[in-house]
Design a protein around this ligand. Structure first.
Ligand code: HPA
Ligand code: ZN
Length: 323
């Protein structure tokens, strides 16, 4: 076991639908009587060469179609939590976007019931602490995002927070101010994808207009030193995803990845996997890529792992215990 394997970590930016492994996609398709547009897992994997976020999202939404029944959502979540626990992940705050499934007539109870059963079983069996963050899709309207909050309202006790994902360019956080205000009024923790492909101004909007507590990605903050200082001063964490940023051509090369600059500026940066099979690695592969490409040693890797607990939405007592 390597140093990274044994480090206790939290994962704060992983999309459950994006953890679907190709062989599992084929198994679920067969179980649900569906035919996939690819002949084999090899043919599917050959598609994992992305020009950018929207290209990836087309494949990601196609993969979502095999998730139909409560046991599919259970199996998906259970498999991710098993893999995460084996990598030293103690807490996982997982994104899930019900709109893909609600529009196909799959009730929220089937989706969230399967996920929360798997979280409960993994807590008992593996000791991993899982939590759910519901995301709205920003290519849809704000009215649809508000309907989503209503659709999941009766499951509120099982939901930790609310976020915003999908195609960023042209869909700024300012389009979703009422959604975030409603979520805040209902007691959810708030986070928002911003600064993946969008400009630093989108990160500012997420903070100033949507009042989110964390920024998912935040990569383009590197273009705006005043914003970096602000993230440090206000202790707004970034949930960065190095292999995702590499595979979606957000960054050309991890040797210039700005995570060390952010750490030096005092930002609480964290490492995460986003959509692991699509981007070539789970959490530890992301840490390892930074270790190798940026030459990070044990001290910086430990800081990143500690940051993941500091940035989590766990109770303070749980965070203190993890540290
Ligand atoms: N960005 C936005 N939406 C997403 C992502 C991402 O990296 N992954 C899954 N949905
Ligand atoms: Zn993401």
């Amino acid at each position: 076991m390597s140093f990274i394997d044994t480090l206790p970590k939290a994962e704060l930016h992983v999309h459950l639908e994006g953890t679907l492994e190709p062989d599992e996609m084929f198994r679920l398709a067969a179980r649900n009587g569906l035919v996939l547009p690819w002949e084999s897992t090899e043919a599917l994997r050959a598609e994992y060469s992305f020009t950018g976020l929207e290209h990836f999202l087309r494949l990601y939404f196609e993969g979502c179609k095999v998730l139909c029944r409560r046991e599919d959502f259970y199996d998906l979540t259970a498999a991710y939590l098993r893999r995460a626990a084996s990598q030293g992940v103690r807490r996982a705050e997982m994104f899930f976007g019900p709109q893909s499934f609600l529009e196909r007539g799959i009730p929220a109870a089937e989706q969230l019931g399967g996920i929360t059963d798997a979280i409960a079983d993994a807590s008992t069996d593996l000791g991993i602490d899982g939590a759910l963050i519901i995301t709205a899709q920003r290519h849809r309207t704000e009215a649809a995002a508000l309907e989503l909050l209503e659709a999941v309202r009766s499951f509120q006790d099982s939901i930790l927070g609310v976020g915003l994902g999908s195609a960023e360019a042209g869909n700024p956080p300012s389009k979703f101010t009422r959604y975030f205000a409603a979520a805040r009024a209902q007691g959810y923790r708030l986070t928002c994808h911003a600064g993946e492909e969008g400009p630093p101004a989108y990160i500012r909007e997420a903070l100033d207009l949507c009042h989110v507590e964390r920024i998912d990605h935040g990569y383009t903050a590197a273009q705006d030193p005043d914003l970096v200082s602000r993230l440090a001063d206000e202790a707004i964490p970034l949930t960065m995803c190095p292999l995702s940023n590499l595979r979606l051509q957000v960054t050309d090369d991890l040797t210039t990845y700005p995570i060390v600059d952010f750490m030096k500026a005092g930002v609480v940066v964290t490492v995460n996997s986003d959509d692991p099979p699509y981007f070539g690695g789970y959490l530890n592969e992301n840490y390892t890529a930074l270790e190798q490409q940026l030459g990070l040693g044990a001290e910086k890797l430990t800081t990143l792992a500690r940051n993941s607990f500091l940035a989590s939405f766990a109770d303070q007592g749980q965070i203190d215990q993890a540290l």
